[in-house]
Write a protein that binds this ligand. Structure first.
Ligand SMILES: Nc1nc2c(ncn2[C@@H]2O[C@H](COP(=O)(O)OP(=O)(O)OP(=O)(O)O)[C@@H](O)[C@H]2O)c(=O)[nH]1
Ligand SMILES: [Mg+2]
Length: 394
């Protein structure tokens, strides 16, 4: 029996609507888009503007930075690296860059940390790169070991989920240990007991610009707590419960919130709304901590100690892949005066695949304003525009 045409059309429309309905309910989740989700809306890089030195009195190489007793200008600070013996090549390269552009003028000591003893080759080759003193420190077992309350089976299960979500190094135990140590343990090492400031350096990073003042003195004289170069979005799948744990902590300790905090920066949901939704309220914007110049007193404060212990007990360093970058950044954004956080726009820097490239005749080998030499979509990971929006260029 032939079906009349209008009935056939109606039938087809009904089937189409049904498929559309099923897709809406069971299809991929749709997220709102924000300005940071498209490459069209990338902001002009402020690094294109000429970059000078920071304002104010600066300490120069002529102000007492000779070796040993001649180094009266130096303050209590060190260059600091957590590194493996087999990364000696990359370490030597990073040291060579930083010694050439900065430390050969100021002679700050280097302190190297490792979870196993450094071998003779590592010591010999790194010491050969600097006139300054090098110290080689073993991390105490109790600082590096996976804490007793972490369940190995649950870790293995969680690692599978991280891998399914393409979270880099998600299944690598030592990577989780490294992130935890960098978050809440490095500053407890006895070798740093009398140290106030550090500059963290990773193997294989590059420094491009001559810096002619003592950056540690700059931090001390200008009352800065933390200095950064690059600001990035994190993979929300690596930290789904970091913000919920943080809000629980704040509810228990409202007294730790600084009155001039950067909460608006942390909680932004405009630029990349999807990140905020997936990270349950955190924009995922963080200071990229493979570079950090900071005052250890902040990590040693009661607020940070309590915050780290809370996070550590929650287990996310192992069951998720909480990095020291978001952990440090959230703590700074909540407990510190945001005017004490400084963008070192004048320090040309690269850790693959991102750069901080100032516009200055002091820089070589770094294309002014270049953010990445990788795929174009990587530009979306730049969240400096948010920092500038909520806090300023400080
Ligand atoms: N001693 C030691 N150092 C480690 C270990 N895992 C990582 N590190 C160091 O910790 C720092 C961060 O590790 P990376 O492997 O560079 O991590 P990442 O920067 O997130 O990843 P990449 O993009 O591969 O550089 C580097 O300085 C490493 O040398 C470890 O198991 N032992
Ligand atoms: Mg690295």
């Amino acid at each position: 029996m032939a079906i009349a045409k209008p009935i056939r059309v109606l039938g087809l429309v009904a089937i189409g609507l049904w498929i559309f309905f099923i897709y809406q309910v069971f299809g991929p989740t749709k997220y709102p888009k924000g300005p940071g989700d498209t490459l069209k809306n990338m902001d002009r890089d402020p690094n294109l503007d000429p970059t000078g030195e920071p304002e104010g009195v600066l300490w120069r190489a002529t102000d007492g930075y000779g070796l040993g007793a001649e180094g009266t200008g130096r303050i209590n600070a060190t260059l600091l690296s957590l590194v493996r013996n087999n990364e000696v090549e990359g370490m030597v390269q990073a040291m060579r860059d930083l010694e050439r552009t900065w430390n050969s003028k100021f002679n700050y000591p280097w302190t190297f940390f490792n979870d196993v003893p450094f071998d003779e080759e590592f010591k010999r080759r790194t010491q050969a790169e600097t006139k300054a003193e090098c110290k080689y420190e073993l991390i105490p077992k109790e600082h590096w070991d996976i804490p007793s309350w972490i369940d190995n089976e649950l870790f293995e299960e969680s690692a599978k989920i991280l891998q399914e979500n393409d979270i880099q190094y998600g299944a690598m135990k030592s990577y989780h240990q490294m992130c935890r140590w960098n978050s809440g343990l490095f500053y407890k090492h006895p070798a740093l007991a009398n140290t106030q400031f550090y500059w963290r350096v990773e193997p294989k990073v590059h420094f491009f610009c001559d810096v002619d003042y003592d950056v540690f003195r700059y931090m001390a004289d200008h009352n800065k707590t933390y200095g950064f170069t690059i600001n990035l979005y994190d993979a929300p799948e690596s930290i789904p419960t970091l913000w919920p744990e943080t809000t629980k902590f704040i509810a228990q300790h409202p007294e730790y919130l600084h009155e001039n905090n950067a909460m608006l920066w942390l909680a932004d949901s405009e630029r990349r709304p999807e990140h905020n939704i997936k990270a349950n309220g955190y924009s995922t914007c963080h200071f990229w901590s493979n570079f950090e110049i900071a005052d250890l007193s902040f990590w040693r404060s009661q607020a940070y100690e309590d915050y780290f212990n809370h996070l550590d007990r929650a287990g996310g360093f192992f069951y998720e892949r909480w990095g020291d970058a978001p952990v440090h950044s959230i703590a700074l954004g909540l407990f510190e005066d945001s005017s004490k956080l400084h963008w070192f726009r004048d320090i040309g820097y690269q850790h693959i695949p991102y750069f901080n490239c100032p516009n200055s005749p002091k820089c070589k080998g770094c294309q002014t304003g270049r953010f990445t030499d990788g795929e174009a979509w990587l530009h979306k990971e730049d969240c400096r525009p948010n920092w500038f929006k909520y806090v300023g260029m400080g």
